[in-house]
Design a protein. Structure first.
Length: 93
């Protein structure tokens, strides 16, 4: 069974949202009413950034809350293929 359509949040977009930057506001408006998804690697990248930058409790709780409100997609071969295609397309642009 395929999950409902929605928005896949990339790590940099989550960073914009958590910082409350103008780009974050733009992306937030684009995603209203849609199911939010995170690729399985995205939480790891976000928590790595939080560790590296020695985030405090308030920022970590905001990150935990953001992730908890999204669907974290499991890793499988199809996800790896889709990720590779999207990364290649993005890089070519």
């Amino acid at each position: 069974m395929n999950p409902p359509s929605g928005v896949l949040f990339d790590t940099n977009v989550v960073s914009y949202l958590l910082r409350g930057s103008p780009l974050g506001t733009y992306y937030e408006r684009q995603c209203v009413g849609q199911v939010g998804y995170l690729a399985c690697v995205t939480p790891e990248e976000l928590y790595f950034g939080a560790e590296k930058r020695k985030w405090g409790g308030r920022k970590r709780r905001a990150l935990d809350k953001f992730i908890a409100q999204r669907v974290v997609l499991p890793a499988d071969l199809e996800i790896a293929k889709i990720s590779a295609r999207l990364r290649a397309e993005r890089e070519l642009r």
